[in-house]
Structures are given as structure tokens and as C-alpha cells.
Design a protein around this ligand. Sequence first.
Ligand code: F0G
Length: 459
Amino acid sequence: MKKERTLAEPFRIKMIEPLRMTTVEYRKKALQKAGYNPFLLSSDDVYIDLLTDSGTSAMSDRQWSAMMLGDESYAGARSWEKLEAEVKDLTGMHYVLPAHQGRAAERILYSLLGGKDKVFISNTHFDTTRANIEFTGALAIDCMDENLLNAEAELPFKGNIDIEQARATVLKYGKENIGAVILTVTNNSSGGQPVSMENARQVKALCDEFGLLFVLDGCRIAENSYFIKHREGGLENLDYRTIAQQMLSLCDAFIMSAKKDGLVNMGGLLVLRQQKLAEKCTNLLIISEGFATYGGLSGRDMEAMAVGLREVFDPDYLHYRIKSTEYLGQHLHRKGVPLIRPYGGHAIYLDAGKFYDHIPVHQFPGQALVCDLYEQGGIRCVEVGSVMFGKYDEQRNHIPPKNELVRLAIPRRVYTQSHIDYVIDVFDDILEMKAQSRGLKIAYEPTFLRHFTARFDRI
Ligand code: F0G
């Protein structure tokens, strides 16, 4: 069989950002100083940064040149009009509110919809979504697809909401108490798995039946559209943007952290179909983010976002994006590294519980792997397991979450295939040394969101 051609990047490099090369000895000291928590490292000490795909994209020459056109007027800026027109065309919704990032849009919407007796239903609430909902006193309930528990099941849309579970939740709490149904595409907290158009249609039908608000968290909607085109029958002839538009036509509200598929380093959107809700949200926007025509963004940010929201649907870009993430997954899988499959759009999720099964969960196998990847290769990534989601019972015994994962998130248009090949090579050393890897114990932890600032000691 003829060898497949290398998947080369559909762009070339016009400006470079030098990276500092360090040694294993140097990194061991740096990590010890950072309390074995890579969030506390200086980015200068990191070679390949796979901590997040959020706000870490490289902008195109078109985005940078659009920034020179930024109109910084307080009200009614040209740059705002451009962004508003672009978002209206994409979403088909009339009320567009800019925000400085996704969680700012979430805080505005959920503080209006939330409250003590309210219940929110989602395929999986992302941390900031859950936090913004719970902060109002409301309950956030995940109705995950049962196939998600089976990490290896090669199914096309493991990010879907379990519609029967969602319906049962509406019936249990009463439709008048449901704040909204939130569909997150792709499903970041569940392995970056996509959501099908069929599932979105089922959510719309459920919301219509009970008179509920359908919110789409679409910060990775372009990547989700790629999966729909290639995996879901019947939509293969549509282009990616049209698929996204079709999904957007089903919902009542759209929340987007533009730091992902908006291809910008900062920015967010709250887009609404209903005037009444939009008016309330606009009041809160003006109190907390900024006037309705900038919402915490400068004119140049809005220019870059308007261009990014178009570029992200480019078929060459999206093909390269999804295939290059898959490339990393395939090579690690071939080496025998256990991971969640099929591969997500923006990240590869390693099953550290299985990979480092000699380390008990209360000694944080995921964090140990995160530390080893940094020490051996200067690669920074994040644990999504007991450090992030572990809890204590009344006797301070550790209650682990379902999975001990490590996320390798891929910034958009930043690293070349040889960077990714380097990451794959580092795993040879990790595989060789894994039996000697030791777990960690907590030396300091804050009360909330401990993964950001906790410090550890190696056991
Ligand atoms: N919704 C989802 C699905 C997200 O993944 C994120 C951010 C947000 C909302 C919040 O957006 O950061 O702009 O305030 N996810 C990042 C991550 C932080 O690393 O996955 P934000």
C-alpha cells in the first residue's frame, strides 16, 4: 500500500517566538520549586505547552492586520459593527453581547437564570459553567452518555447528552424549576468528544415540549462541525459553517469563549434570540463588563475575533486541526499508552489511572504523569482526576472521581508536526521509566479549585 503523505501544516511561518531549551536536571529543580504543580511554573521553563487550547492560538496575518483597523470609540465603534454583523450571520440570532471571555458571559446569563431552587441540565458542565451556576445556589446536573464510561468504545458521538436522563431530570424537578438545558460542543469535560446534530435536535424537542431554554456552549463549534460532517450521515455535503449554522438555529442562546474556535487570545460572546432576556443581560453587561458595544474588549480585539470566526471554518484548517490531534493520539496508542478514544478535537486525554496503575489514586497517578512529562520533556499539561475533582469525606478520606486523566490540549496553529513528534518521542522515556515513578502527597491546598495553586511533595 502506498504510504500516506505527511499531513503538512496549511500555513507557513512569518514570525517566530523563540523557545528556551532546558535540561532534565534544570527542570527537576524548577518543578520542585513550583511544588510539583506545573501551573506554578514560569512559561519560560516550558518547551511544549499543552496546558490548554484556550487563548493560546496563533493569529493569522489577516487577524493581525485587521487589528490595525481597530476603532476604539466607547460607543458604536466600527469594529463592534463588524463583529456584530459576523456573529449575527453565523448564529441567526439578533442580540449579540460581547464579553471579555466565556466565563464572563456565563456569569451574566446564569446569574439571571439561576437561583436557589433552579436546576441546570447539561451533557457535562465545564468547571466555570458549574461554578457560575452553583454560585447562584442552583444545582448543575450532568446527564452524560453512558458510553463515556467506556474509554475505549469507538463510538462517533460520545459527547452527547443522554436525552432520557435529561427528560427524567426535568420530570423529577419540575419544568418550572429548570434554569436551562446546556449543550456543550465539543464536550470538553468528557474527553473532548463531539455532539451530533441529531442529539441537538432532541434537546430542542425536549425544550419545546417543556418550554425550557436551550443554551449552546459552542466554544469549539467549528471542531464539532468537522466531526458531524465526517461521522453523521446526511450532512456530508454541507460545509462546516453551514453545519454550525444549522446547530445554532436550534438553540435560544449561544455562549462562546472565543479563546478557542474564535482563534483569538481573549474574547467571549453571549448571543440571544429573546429580546426580554437580552435586555436583562445587557443591563448586567454594562454594570460589570462594559458598554454594550465593547463588553470588556478593545476595538482591535473585536476586529481579530470577527476575522477568526470566519477563518476557523476554513476546510484546510479544520482538516489539519482535527487530523493533527488524531496524529498524536494514534502514535501514543500504538506505543501502548492508554487513552480515551476516539480522539477529541482539541486534546488527547491519557488514562493515567490505567497507565500508572502502580500508584494508588490517593497518591495522584495523573499528577505524577504530568510531573514526569515536564521533567523528561519540558512538556506542560494538566491532570483531570483526583487533584482537580477529588473530594474528602467527613474523616478526610479521599473520594476519587470516576477517572484519573491527563489532558494534552493542542493550541491552534502553534506547534508543527515536529513538535508533536518530539512529544511522542518523550513517551518512549516515560514508558521505560514508568515503574519507577512515584506518587505525590499534598503539602498545601486551598479550599476551592485546588489544582491551580496546590503544592505537592514526591513520595
Ligand atoms: N466552556 C467551555 C466548554 C470551556 O472549555 C471553557 C474554557 C469555558 C466555557 C470558559 O471559557 O476560559 O474563556 O472563561 N476552557 C478552558 C480549558 C479554560 O482549558 O478548557 P473562558
